[in-house]
Design a protein around this ligand. Structure first.
Ligand SMILES: [Zn+2]
Length: 203
């Protein structure tokens, strides 16, 4: 990133919007969304806390519907993870159903995983496939979320194995999607799964 270009301008170096009040090169909006630290809970690393899922989706609609913003944001997160002394493993991501991928054009979790893999110097490989088209998790209650996901994922590229797999998603709320994917990865030979998401909803 060419910082000097932004030193004497009133342009936010993240979103590139003009602003009269820049804090450390960032506009007020971006300075609130950019994470300052990595947070870790059990086997989950994440960067942003939300009280409501919808806050993340509003932000997402604003900033992340373009992969370029998503990549830039994830790149920040990747630099924070670089300082975490993480063991080498394979990075993979929560898959979306082919039908959804066709509508949106890309899988956000895959975009995030690929940026992180580059920053952490680890391979990013698709290991899971979504075989059941499920209802949107955010529209379901906790119990429904779990049953909605039963047998939703299957393992692909089985010839690739690793004791340690990092599983990436954009956001987690109850963790049921991540745990369902973890089950599949563990049952097909992986010893440990570590989750990485950009955001976590705390209820
Ligand atoms: Zn900005």
């Amino acid at each position: 990133m060419n910082l000097t270009k932004y030193l004497f301008s009133n342009q936010c170096f993240f979103c590139q919007k003009e602003s009269d009040k820049l804090l450390g090169g960032l506009c007020s909006e971006c300075s609130t969304i950019l994470p300052a630290t990595v947070k870790k809970i059990h086997n989950l690393y994440y960067f942003l806390d939300y009280k409501l899922e919808k806050d993340f989706f509003i932000l997402q609609a604003k900033q992340y519907n373009k992969p370029v913003y998503l990549k830039r944001f994830t790149s920040f997160c990747g630099e924070l993870l670089q300082k975490q002394d993480m063991k080498k493993g394979i990075i993979t991501y929560v898959p979306i159903h082919n039908k959804i991928a066709g509508v949106r054009g890309f899988n956000q979790s895959e975009v995030i995983a690929r940026v992180l893999a580059k920053k952490l110097n680890m391979p990013c490989i698709k290991l899971l496939k979504k075989i059941k088209q499920t209802s949107f998790q955010k529209e379901l209650h906790i119990k429904e979320r779990q049953s909605n996901l039963i047998d939703a994922f299957s393992r692909i590229n089985k010839f690739i194995s690793s004791d340690l797999i990092y599983l990436v998603d954009d956001i987690t709320t109850t963790g049921s999607t991540l745990r369902e994917c973890e089950k599949v990865l563990i049952s097909t030979g992986c010893k440990k799964v570590i989750f990485i998401t950009l955001a976590r909803v705390i209820k």
